[in-house]
Design a binder for this molecule. Sequence first.
Ligand code: BES
Ligand code: MN
Ligand code: ZN
Length: 509
Amino acid sequence: MRTEQARLASGDVTTVRLNSTDNAVSFDTDALVVGVHTGPDGPRPAPGTESVDEALGGRLAATLGAMGVKGRAGEIAKFPTFGALTAPLLVVVGLGDAPEGDHDPETLRRAAGTATRSLAGTTRVALALPAADAERAGAVALGGLLGAYAFTAYRTTGEHAAPVAELTVLSGAGAGDAGAAIERAATVAESVSLVRDLVNTPPSDLWPARFAEIAEQTGSKAGLSVEILDEKALKEEGYGGIVAVGQGSANPPRLVRLAYNHPEAAKTVAFVGKGITFDSGGLSLKPSASMDWMKSDMGGAGAVFGALVAIAKLGLKVNAVGYLCLAENMPSGTAQRPSDVFTSFAGKTVEVLDTDAEGRLVLIDGIARAGQDNPDVIVDIATLTGAQIVALGWRTAGVMANDDELREEVVQAAGEQGEAAWGMPLPEELRKGLDSPVADIANLHPERFGGMLTAAVFLREFVPAGVRWAHIDMAGPAFNKGEPHGYTPKGGTGAITRTLIGLAERYAG
Ligand code: BES
Ligand code: MN
Ligand code: ZN
């Protein structure tokens, strides 16, 4: 019996507020952040930096040029103000070549994130980036908050700089009433940070029952109703896929159902997340190099959980249900064997030819169960295949669907939130390769190529009849193995959480 508590979140909280002053020069803060564009004649300070430039004797552009700053996205330069501004430190972040007055929200998010990420250790940061309207002010706030994220729960030395504590978005007068946008940003950032914490938490501290407990506590506090099915209930009620994947682990599986209802809702969205708290591959064991980051294999369930919490806090006029399909995929004497057959929740039998293709086995039970909620749409989210990374790289999720319009809608929702996603097909001819000599279907396609698509073709077989369904494969985007960039840290990214929130907003009245 496990009793230890996961060390979620370090207690570091970044707050954000709005200030509509036009006077960045005398704003009382520890670091003032402004933007710079690339230009044909060298760096071009962004709109809103005029008064700052004046206070520096009109030398901002020339100084940046002398420092070799071009104004490219991702660039950052810091310099002391020697009393010319109230802030002792001026931070300049690149915005690329965006035409004047037309700043893409994602550019602003990334610039704000680059600034706060590299200002860890600074208490108060004011962001005077060009936010021409409420949406852009919200983007600056969100990027700033996400860039300030740090996972310090397991650090003991105190040598790591604390994240920025207080963010102020200096919106200027032009942004109108950005209060609601800032509030939304804070809610969204809180959910994304929660997902990042869950992904980053070592699997020794996050097993299915523990994840379910966290979902229960945090979910009900946010106003969600939470139901948890334990291994006994899962067996009795016929969740054969979740049971089969979970049976090899000393930490038994769970299915969590989170529900949010709005009395005036006209539509219901259902989200289903892959929640493998650790994927060793099972008896079809992974090589070590592929295994050491498989704590991130619950990122889909994390995104569903984070999105449901945000949807409830935002009070969206929609009904939303979320399913967390939680299991630990381990090899043992009780583990499922390649060639085992189970009966899924939908009633179809599945031959398990590869125990490392486990995500699809837990998802089909969640997808079939979601059908009972009569949703207008089912979207599943999963770190499903290495083939996604082969096809689209680390940062772009693949979107597949049984409905072309829905697929495009999901891709669009992702784009609106600044998350990269790309539509992919479900070619008919791939179904045949999933034929099993003994069961209704096999979980492995003999062809390695198009592995992201064959996984989705497998899932499609279990979608309740007549229901619009989309599948998001985010094996790469869920976890950043490389260097931090923009507002994205190393490790858990919280990917697709924002896309799901954006989708729910689209279905809200
Ligand atoms: N969790 C993995 C997929 C994955 C790979 C996620 C890399 C994140 C990064 C999944 O369960 C898996 O093992 N998929 C197999 C499927 C194969 C056996 C058909 C894969 O992609 O190799
Ligand atoms: Mn696997
Ligand atoms: Zn997996």
